[in-house]
Design a protein. Structure first.
Length: 395
């Protein structure tokens, strides 16, 4: 008799042609120009090794003090992080998780019964599809459109709301488009959510990596934690991007909203996190140090992103057939290339001819062919040689 697995895990697990080509590239022992590298711990940045390891070896790490929202010392560190933006947030509004993925899962379970719908921007990061499957939630994409910069299509978003819709997800700035949600867009999103009784889930993991200080109208790129909150609003972030430490597995939810709704949501969310108690003591005790000393690696990352972006633009100036879309923040770039073949075919061709690895746009939900997504984190020399090979093969 055939063993049955849950429907939520019925993914196509067959290896794609892209994955096969990538595996072959990594096994032949020759140099690779990986323009998808996005792990800061492997991209040549300098960390305060002694300080980080010292924070993890505090005597308190040997004590078990379970707290569903997270240890007070760790939540206080998150409050201090937001204090830099002059936000009025208390430790009681913070819920610690091991990752933003876990935070999403908790919030999906808080607001959604099986089959409920979550609105999410497209293009966006492909991880959301798997999270939704595992929590029996249906993702409904709403479009971002490009017109001298990226914008949220509020009208299209509103049209996609049904009786099953429970929340809207906003990534601020978006990954991979680098689009910060403008104050006008935020106001419209909040009005829509208020009218339809929806929660607003805001992923701000790339918030600190602005390439400019304000948008075209002079509006600063501020956190959704700032200002009034007419609807239930959950702001997500974590050490993975804020401190360039994905291996620490520490993130958080900051909850805002009208008092009665916020109290009801917080009580239920506390039960969810208390059920799992996933945060470990050493990282929680180290969080004050890790967050307080984030500026060193952040400065290195911002400098790397700017250098690689300048090098990319320098090379693109010689190749009119390829263009770069505007970026406001984050550490990715989106290229428009001639759509002479499918995205996978182009990516495989780059691996085979130039030993260059890129992501085709459809990984992120771009419509049609002719889109490439690059990471701006690789070391400059490797990045420059990779872009040279990419443009040589395309043109």
């Amino acid at each position: 008799m055939m063993h049955e697995f849950s429907r939520r895990t019925r993914w196509n697990l067959e290896k794609t042609a892209y994955a096969t080509a990538l595996e072959r590239l990594h096994t032949d022992g020759k140099p690779i120009f990986d323009l998808t590298a996005s792990n800061p711990t492997t991209c040549g940045f300098e960390y305060d090794r002694a300080g980080i390891l010292g924070g993890l070896s505090r005597p308190e790490c040997l004590e078990y003090e379970p707290d569903p929202r997270g240890l007070p010392i760790a939540r206080a560190a998150v409050v201090d992080y937001y204090a830099a933006a002059a936000t009025g947030i208390s430790a009681e509004q913070i819920f610690l998780t091991t990752s933003t993925s876990e935070a999403y899962s908790y919030l999906f379970r808080l607001h959604c019964d099986p089959g409920a719908e979550i609105l999410i921007a497209q293009p966006s990061y492909p991880l959301f599809d798997f999270l939704a499957d595992l929590d029996d939630v249906r993702l409904v994409p709403y479009p971002l459109f490009y017109d001298h910069g990226w914008h949220v299509d509020i009208a299209a978003l509103t049209e996609r709301i049904t009786s099953q819709t429970r929340a809207v997800v906003v990534v601020h700035p978006n990954n991979p488009t680098g689009h910060y949600t403008s104050p006008t867009e935020r106001n419209m999103l909040e009005r829509v959510c208020e009218e339809h009784g929806l929660a607003l889930i805001v992923d701000e993991v790339f918030l600190d990596y602005a390439l400019d200080t304000s948008d075209a109208r002079g509006n600063a790129h501020t956190s959704f934690s700032v200002g009034e909150h007419p609807v239930l609003t959950y702001v997500l972030s974590g050490l993975s991007k804020v401190a360039g430490l994905p291996q620490m597995k520490a993130a958080w939810i900051a909850a805002f909203g009208p008092k009665p709704l916020l109290e009801a949501a917080a009580a239920r969310l506390e039960m969810i996190v208390d059920t799992f108690l996933s945060m470990n003591a050493p990282v929680q005790h180290a969080m004050p140090y890790l967050l307080a000393n984030r500026s060193g690696v952040q400065q290195q990352i911002r400098q790397r992103v700017r250098e690689n972006l300048a090098e990319l633009d320098r090379q693109l100036a010689e190749v009119p057939a390829v263009s770069r879309l505007q970026i406001q923040g984050g550490w990715y770039a989106v290229l428009r290339v001639p759509a002479l073949m499918s995205g996978d075919e182009l990516a495989i061709r780059l691996m085979e001819r130039e030993r260059v690895v890129v992501h085709p746009g459809h990984f992120y939900g771009f419509d049609g062919d002719g889109w490439i997504v690059l990471s701006l984190l690789p070391p400059l020399v490797e990045f420059s040689e990779g872009v040279t090979g990419l443009l040589r093969s395309i043109t």
